[in-house]
Design a protein around this ligand. Structure first.
Ligand SMILES: [Zn+2]
Ligand SMILES: [Zn+2]
Length: 341
């Protein structure tokens, strides 16, 4: 199989590797597409904690079943599937208490030590493989993995009917959360981002209230404020806008040594709740349900599809930040622009 391999920090090659063959409980999937996100860049640069080399990247994958291990039931060759990349030990204190996204040996295919999906084939344990509808759009369905992370974020929030949400950042995760929040009870969702072209995409996917900064909005405070930027200035701007008794959620990933400032007094007297959200926990199946139900308008969110051989161009495009969501299509003959931005 052809595969992208991160050989060492900052070094990649595209090469032919032996096809993997499934163990008794594995499924071999022919990859249709795999989404690219900021995590892949961190893995490439070697600044993902615990990340090992060489590594085939890619954790947002879909495809069709190529071969099935002898102990696997309920799947057939040719089924369309999405792959939950999460690998947990099942033995640590957190796994044993049902908090497997906090597993002390947490792994994700394409991120830490298990190979990912930027290849023609990927081997996955059957428990990580989720069947999709026979007519599912496998390119759009790469958004299921990011949706599973957005659902995790909402699982942590109180999801009370009639609350007002403010989201910082109109990137992929901000716009998934903005589309899911009304399903979780939000009366209104406002999205702020200094980038006007991202706000345009926010409008396209149905977000009503968008602005380049929260000062331009009619409301002064919100029940739920979510940072999807990882940018300190955004967090420090958002925290004082949480209503008494409300929630501030840190979703965006900040640099390892970053520090943000907040008012301890307001946390005390206004009973502000500050919560995080780490990857996904028991949410992949529900992400499949929400995708299949058409609850989220994902198509406008993609801008480019790249072949394996153009992986470095994909990373360059990602770094420029001018595109929308990017994906790799290992079976494609050539790279293409899905929509101009
Ligand atoms: Zn990702
Ligand atoms: Zn564990």
């Amino acid at each position: 199989m052809r595969a992208v391999v991160f050989e060492s920090p900052g070094q990649l090659s595209v090469k032919d590797l032996p096809d993997p063959s499934p163990g008794p409980k594995d499924i071999l999937v022919r990859v249709a597409a795999v989404g690219m996100c900021g995590t892949d860049i961190h893995v490439f640069e070697g600044d993902y904690l615990g990340g090992q080399f060489p590594m085939i990247p890619g954790h947002e994958a879909t495809g069709t079943i190529e071969a099935i291990g002898e102990a696997v039931t309920g799947f057939s060759v040719g089924d369309r599937v999405a792959i939950d990349p999460t690998m947990t030990c099942g033995e640590c204190e957190y796994c044993l208490n049902g908090r497997n996204n906090l597993c002390r040996n947490w792994d994700s295919m394409g991120v830490i030590s298990s190979h990912g999906a930027s290849a023609e084939l990927i081997l996955a344990p059957a428990k990580n493989v989720y069947a999709l509808a026979p007519d599912a759009d496998l390119f759009d369905a790469t958004m299921i993995e990011p949706i599973s992370c957005a659902i995790r974020a909402l699982d942590i929030l109180p999801r009370r009917i009639g609350e007002h949400y403010l989201i910082y950042g109109a990137g992929t995760m901000g716009l998934l959360l903005a589309q899911l929040a009304p399903r979780a009870g939000a009366a209104s969702v406002s999205v702020v981002d200094p980038n006007e072209s991202r706000l345009q995409l926010a409008r396209e996917v149905g977000v009503d209230i968008v602005a380049t900064g929260a000062d331009h909005l009619d409301r002064e405070n919100w029940d739920v404020v979510i940072d999807c930027t990882g940018v300190i200035a955004a967090m420090e701007d958002g925290m004082p806008r949480v209503k008494p008794g409300g929630y501030f959620q840190q979703f965006g990933v900040a640099a390892v040594d970053a520090k943000a400032r907040y008012s301890p007094l307001s946390i005390t007297k206004d009973e502000i709740n500050i919560v995080g959200s780490m990857a996904a926990r028991h949410t992949f199946g529900r992400a499949v349900e929400m995708f299949t139900a058409g609850a989220i308008n994902v198509k406008p969110m993609f801008s480019h599809a790249f072949t394996l051989d153009d992986y470095d161009t994909a990373m360059e495009t990602f770094r420029k930040g001018t595109g929308r969501k990017l994906q790799i299509r290992p079976g494609a003959a050539e790279s293409q622009t899905l929509q101009s931005t």
